[in-house]
Ligand binder design. Structure first.
Ligand SMILES: C[S@@+](CC[C@H](N)C(=O)[O-])C[C@H]1O[C@@H](n2cnc3c(N)ncnc32)[C@H](O)[C@@H]1O
Length: 294
């Protein structure tokens, strides 16, 4: 089904938030490894299959991805949500939210503000099914089964949940997902559309895979890992460098929050957090930016 087809929008609208569902027969193909489940495996989660674990192990052996990267990203997500809460944000749109693992956005946000509301969005049936089960008893959080590339449909569906008030400041999370959006899908246009919905005090948190600090040797090794990942999962993360991210943000008129675009562990580490000597090892750039008022 196309992301913007009427059927999909009806489906998004028809699903009451938190309603437990079972996936459509055949929706989850256990023989094909899946990025959301591989990420869950790297974080030590339980929502993955043998084929995901085997792929992750093979790709790691080829010098690519690993628990260090997944954890650096997940920790950035936690700090960014806490920063947003401290900045007065009490409603979140988490795009590409993934399989619920320890430290979900609603847990972090609602620990600080029990009234905080979260709309999760993911296009992976495993992530959506697990999130729905997890959120069944939570009146302040829900998940939409949707493709974030269709920003207008996602925003309409998010509005229909009744959880978000799009006239108030919104926290938008694009954490470890924009590298799955190719240039051909117009990432600048997508970002612009979401940020337009967050005008008037909104914040954006974004993290992104980059190969900008690779040594020549690592670059060669990485090609093998990327190829392996691509062949097996039928998708692959696209590297974007710091300057490309800066350009994307400037195009959407966003103002970076200090310390700007940095390696994930360098983004406002908590007291006692260990920032590695070479944080570029994490291969994840991270940032929070302010959406201008107009
Ligand atoms: C690496 S996980 C990141 C999860 C979470 N944001 C985090 O950082 O901990 C990427 C997630 O993005 C989802 N995803 C990828 N492309 C997507 C798209 N076009 N629309 C919605 N979700 C997408 C995948 O299904 C996966 O669950």
């Amino acid at each position: 089904m196309l992301p913007n087809s009427p059927d999909r929008e009806d489906q998004m609208a028809a699903e009451p938030h938190g309603a437990p569902t079972t996936p459509a027969p055949g929706a989850i193909d256990m023989s094909v490894p899946n990025p959301a489940r591989i990420y869950d495996y790297l974080l030590g989660g339980a929502h993955n299959f043998a084929v995901d674990r085997e792929t992750a192990d093979r790709v790691m052996a080829a010098g690519k991805v690993g628990p260090k990267i997944a954890w650096a990203n997940r920790s950035f997500l936690r700090r960014a949500v806490r920063y947003m809460i401290a900045s007065g944000i009490d409603q979140f749109l988490d795009l590409g939210s993934g399989i619920p693992t320890v430290g979900n956005v609603h847990e972090i946000a609602q620990a600080a503000n029990p009234a905080a509301r979260v709309v999760y969005v993911d296009s992976d049936p495993v992530a959506v099914t697990h999130a729905r089960q997890l959120l069944a008893d939570n009146d302040h959080a829900t998940i939409l089964d949707a493709d974030l590339r269709d920003a207008d449909a996602v925003l309409r569906a998010a509005d229909r949940t009744g959880l978000l008030d799009l006239s108030r400041p919104l926290g938008i999370l694009l954490v470890a997902v924009f590298h799955f959006v190719p240039d051909s899908a117009d990432p600048a246009g997508i970002l612009h559309r979401y940020c337009a919905a967050a005008r008037g005090g909104g914040l954006l948190a974004l993290s992104h895979y980059t190969d900008e600090a690779y040594s020549a040797e690592k670059r060669e090794l990485s090609k093998v890992g990327v190829q392996e990942y691509q062949e097996r999962t039928r998708t692959a993360p696209i590297s974007r460098h710091r300057d490309q991210l800066a350009e994307l943000l400037a195009g959407a008129g966003l103002d970076l929050v200090e310390p700007g675009i940095v390696w994930a562990p360098q983004w406002r580490p908590d007291p006692g957090d260990e920032v590695p000597d070479d944080p570029s090892d994490t291969e994840i750039r991270a940032l929070v930016a302010r959406v201008p008022a107009h």
